[in-house]
Design a protein around this ligand. Sequence first.
Ligand SMILES: Nc1ncnc2c1ncn2[C@@H]1O[C@H](COP(=O)(O)OP(=O)(O)OP(=O)(O)O)[C@@H](O)[C@H]1O
Length: 249
Amino acid sequence: MTSLAIETAGLTKRYGDTVALDGLDLSVERGEVYGFLGPNGAGKSTTIDLLLNYIKPTSGTARVLGYDPWTDVVASHRRIGICPDRFGTYDGMSARQHLRLVIDTKDVDDDPDRLLERVGLADAATRPAGEFSQGMEQRLALAMSLAGEPDLLILDEPFTGLDPHGVALVRDVVDAESDRGATVFFSSHVLGQVEVVCDRVGILHHGRLVEEGSLAVFREQLDLSDDATIEDVFVELTSETVSAPEESR
Ligand SMILES: Nc1ncnc2c1ncn2[C@@H]1O[C@H](COP(=O)(O)OP(=O)(O)OP(=O)(O)O)[C@@H](O)[C@H]1O
């Protein structure tokens, strides 16, 4: 078994003249908590969509849990828990039925009520998810990602729409999953939280990985003070607010 949970080489995605992802070489160790950061338009969602076979690459290769994400789709998805950035509920189905659906689809063994309990939705188990607030939807998406104790959790902006209790919950879930031995790969703009939970951070800019490492390493490399935060590092490395796409070369 490879020691890497995620491995990409030269991973590239072009949309016409727009280069959304430009030769990404990424290695995420099994058991690692990896934060994937970058300004708006940097290519984070493109990367995640490629790893999950939602889109196909223009060029490059990837392995996810040792699988080819574009051919071993069923096998890889069975072992991945996905919390997407935009989650649409099935209006007529209860929270519990959402969990049942993901458990059955992945053909794993789990208890919907245990999962709802973990994200603080036990009392809402029978309510139609279509009635949920944004934060409740986000909690439901998180519960669905945890079904079947996945080997890899991919969380795309997991803090979106959550109140401070919800933010703390995500942090606790990431810690618990990491303690269980799972790999956690997540994108986020909530840099303070990233700093707290991640073993390592990668910063993407214009579709390229411009820096990778721990906060301590960043501080040293960028000659920042000892109290510099991940936000200082982020601003230093990505000078624009919105990452303008590169033109195709
Ligand atoms: N379907 C598409 N067609 C054309 N361009 C696209 C498409 N999807 C993404 N892009 C472009 O690819 C680039 C990367 O987008 P992506 O959504 O991966 O960024 P991101 O880092 O996830 O941004 P955000 O933080 O805003 O979610 C952007 O310039 C975007 O406009």
